[in-house]
Design a binder for this molecule. Sequence first.
Ligand code: FPP
Length: 249
Amino acid sequence: MTISATQKIPSYSEIPEHIAVIMDGNGRWAKQKHLPRVFGHKKGLDALENLVRCCFDAQVKYLTVFAFSTENWRRPLEEVNFLMELFLSALQKKVTLLYKNNICLRVIGDRNRFSKSICEHIQKAETLTQNNTAMTLTIAADYGGKWDILQAVNKLLAAGKTEITESDLAANLMLSDIPDPDLYIRTGGEKRISNFMLWQMAYAEFYFTDILWPDFGREEFDNALNSFKKRERRYGRTSEQLPIEQQRP
Ligand code: FPP
């Protein structure tokens, strides 16, 4: 069977262009070591820094991580406050490193509940790194996939739309200007999407690992990439319809 122009198959490389990650298991990592949960989050930040290096080395263009969900406000106040402090100190301490490595930093989510100081530092970091081109690191903070879809619909309604197409909605989501995730990694043993980028994840390949987030290093990153290389991405088609180089045994 030949493939006509209207049946164009997305081309993709063996390296995912966009990786999305749910960094789960910080609390359990700390508990295993008889430490307070917040120690797990501290270690989690180190693991995130390492992941950015891994992606940079592998020439992954976009990395999006779920740092704080719209539902995470339900956690004990002490833990929420700690996560906010950690976010603020990461913004203060790591932005220069990102800038020097030509990495663009973006933050997606509802900023209304963040402190003035966090909002100012987000703005500063985004402005400083906005023209960087090697890689884009996006932090999803007070983010939810349902929130994202609703904010897009509300923008369209405010613009007077009465009927919404798929491309209208896609164009108004967070990260509408970058490709949807190719690979979605979740650590910590749970096999769920937890209200992460619900729309954008429609054709992502999933990789679940029992490894707890603070222990996620280069070896497991390579395992995820190797698993991705073996996936046949058919986008609804049959294997035989794919170009030969995209077919998998
Ligand atoms: C999930 O583990 C993790 C979080 C809710 C927070 C993720 C935060 C970091 C990795 C810190 C670094 C990020 C930034 C941007 C400051 P969990 O607490 O649900 O673990 P559990 O399932 O074992 O309880």
